[in-house]
Design a protein around this ligand. Sequence first.
Ligand code: ADP
Length: 469
Amino acid sequence: MMNNTLYFQSNPYLSVGFIFLVLPILTWILLNGQRSRMVSFWCVGTICSSIGFILLSMRGTVPDWASFPLAQVLLFVGYLGRIQALRLELSLPQWRLRSVLGVCVVFVLVFEGIRLGLESTSLRFGFVLIYNFVLSGVILFLASRIVLELRSKNAFLIVFAHFLVVIIVFARVVELLTGTETVAETFSSIMTFKAGMVGLFSAVLNSLGYIGITLDRSVRRETALKTDKLVALNQSQQVIAQLDRQRSLGALSASLGHELNQPLTAVMANAQTAKKGMNRGVLQTDQVIEILDKIIFNTQRANAILEKIREFIKPARIEKKPVDVNSLVRESAQFINQDLMIRNINLIFNNERGALFVLGDATQLSQVLINLYRNALEALKDQPVGVITVSVTQSAKRLSITVIDNGPGLSEFVLALIGDPFFTTKADGLGLGLSISKAIIEQHGGQLLMGNAEQCGARFEIILPCLSV
Ligand code: ADP
């Protein structure tokens, strides 16, 4: 028993080897459910290293071919396994088995060439130090890339562990070159107790780091899945919003037709006046210019209306810009002007003075307002004197737009379900207007409140973060 303890103390390789052997098994058990090709490469690599260390520690007790070439090639393969795991983590291509086997054969030939051919212990020792230095450097480099590119803080443990190894090995190379390092055949002199401790420490850090990287990867995968779902949801919301706008446009066609009719009738009348006047030869040049100016003006008006319609129904790509809310509430009302007139409904604006801005997508915000106006119009269809009041107020950092009508208001049943997708009380309703409006306002960092006004009728309030320009 005592002898065994002494054997372990004087053979740091053996302790490192056993720790290396326990760690991948623990890693494999801990990562149950997260196992992948990368985890297999990492664990198998670490097991190879552990067997390599154990064989090294038994130099003199086991045959030379086991404690020299076999031990070294296992350590070498251990590095390759861990490097491969980190490469896959970074989505770099996997090495071909044939190439790896080829490299291992070359490695053994070089090692044995130095050991048996040249019979140079210092050259062999130098070779071992240099490949350890290079491969630890490669792991350090890959782990640093994982820290930076994949934002995996846990990979920093691997960086730190290999930084220690690189420093120690480098120091030993320098000592070897300057002749201060004595090369011996026994592992207790090949590897100092200090170096053995660093090996143990770095092995533990390595495994903890790798478990961390794997957990980070699963968190990343979950986040990516959630983001994909959100993007898909957002896209479908945008498509539904666009369909809703097209539907609104259908419902508002009477108003739009009337809006377009005015400038087009004026253009026609002006053109006919010009034609008649010119036929009779009674028109002076300045009169012709005046008529042409009117035609240009009315054509531009018609064009502006068409542009608005086009803007309203074009595919939605959210573009947030400062939007003047006072102008927006008025411009959106143009879409329902004709209906207001036909149904004799008063639309009253109660705006706070000055320009009040929010950061948002004017088309989408206008869609919300038109929706609220249209709902109010429909709620007022049996009302002898219909009034819709639109107020814009600003308090602290919030801007509020309220749309109140004097219709029947929202019953308790409606209040419980209003704003839910597909909830409608209208025979031809889709029940999407308010749920889309709610989503749009929430995407703008605001809230859409739905309820009843104090006196009578329904009250809708859009609250948005206000932008100080
Ligand atoms: P839709 O207009 O297609 O029914 P909405 O989501 O815009 O879909 O509206 C859902 C329901 O909310 C309406 O069917 C109606 O019952 C109720 N509602 C909306 N606005 C008002 C309002 N101003 N007055 C009374 N009820 C309203």
